[in-house]
Design a protein around this ligand. Structure first.
Ligand SMILES: C[S@@+](CC[C@H](N)C(=O)[O-])C[C@H]1O[C@@H](n2cnc3c(N)ncnc32)[C@H](O)[C@@H]1O
Length: 306
């Protein structure tokens, strides 16, 4: 559900900071974020798709917007696609987690800076790549943010964003969530999982903020317009994940109804493998042929002119 149309930009940013600070500790577990081979394979593919199929590119100085715990950029650093990373986020809690993970992985060249996307505290022409995953839909003034992305990029630098909800996909995700809720008691009985005991106040607090953190769901044309009016060239907008996303929302909904430790390893392995299998069907069979607007996630890239 999107933020109220009357919410001020400051209110939206404040809610985003509080919501993501509160979510930071459990974030990786909740979203199945992986910093091993699987996570690296996922983000490499996302970047290639965002860049319109261009493989083998690497970047010296990269700036991540809304980096969260580092899913996108820390995996790209591990792959050697990014040499030096400046990870930014409006939430200090998220950046704390990212810094701890970078340390645990022994990564060098990673700096964190707390900032919001519309006003970046960096010199003009400081980066070769500005990237992000699942962040644009939280930013109130996207024209301002895209002007900042262009300002801090060096001539010939690229922007690449992935994981942005499409308007159609956002509506579509409601169906597996509803089905998951309806089937949750049956599923728990079938897999022998215990119903989750929700701590008093936890769910209502989470839900009330969750309803206010999302500001946009995009049509591909919205993103093309933003790229064009910010003065980018070689603009590309694509779509990814349809079956896998619907399945993933259903899985997450039933699983979140159970006490995590009561969900068996066998189930988790089945859920993960089935999700990966559907992701392959999306990538190989659907994405090359169907229009971007049909997919749950949109990916964009563009180049700053020389
Ligand atoms: C859905 S999370 C995605 C995190 C991470 N990129 C990932 O894919 O796991 C969105 C992130 O954007 C950050 N965020 C929200 N509004 C922002 C803003 N206006 N400027 C910068 N970051 C923002 C949040 O704090 C959060 O960490």
């Amino acid at each position: 559900m999107p933020a109220s149309p009357t919410a001020t930009h400051e209110h939206i940013k404040d809610v985003n900071t509080r919501y993501h600070d509160a979510a930071a500790e459990e974030y990786d577990a909740k979203w199945g974020i992986d910093f091993g081979e699987v996570g690296q394979r996922q983000v490499r593919l996302k970047l290639v798709k965002a860049l319109g199929g261009k493989k083998g590119r690497s970047f010296g100085d990269a700036l991540e917007i809304g980096s969260g715990t580092g899913y996108f950029s820390l995996n790209l650093v591990q792959l050697g696609v990014i040499e030096r990373l400046t990870a930014t986020d409006i939430s200090p809690g998220m950046l704390k987690r990212l810094a701890a993970t970078a340390d645990a992985l022994g990564l060098e060249g990673v700096t964190t800076v707390q900032t919001e996307a519309e006003t970046l505290p960096f010199e003009d022409e400081s980066f070769d790549l500005v990237l992000g995953h699942a962040v644009l839909h939280h930013i109130p003034d996207l024209d301002k943010a895209f002007a900042e992305f262009r300002r801090v990029l060096r001539p010939g630098g690229m922007i690449a964003f992935a994981g942005e909800p499409s308007r159609y996909g956002d509506t579509l995700a409601a169906l597996p969530k509803r089905a998951g809720l309806a089937l949750a008691p049956l599923w728990r009985r079938a897999v022998g999982a215990e119903e989750r005991a929700v701590a008093e106040g936890e769910q209502s607090h989470d839900h009330s903020l969750e309803a206010e953190v999302d500001v946009h769901a995009f049509a591909p044309a919205d993103l093309r317009r933003l790229l064009k009016s910010a003065g980018f060239e070689q603009r590309h907008v694509g779509g990814e994940e349809l079956l896998s996303n619907a399945w993933g929302w259903g899985l997450r909904t039933v699983e979140s109804s159970a006490e995590p430790e009561s969900v068996s390893f066998r189930w988790r392995r089945f859920a993960f493998n089935s999700y990966i299998a559907l992701q392959k069907v999306d990538t190989k069979v659907l994405e090359p042929y169907l229009p971007a607007e049909l997919f749950y996630n949109l990916l964009v890239s563009a180049r700053k002119p020389d």
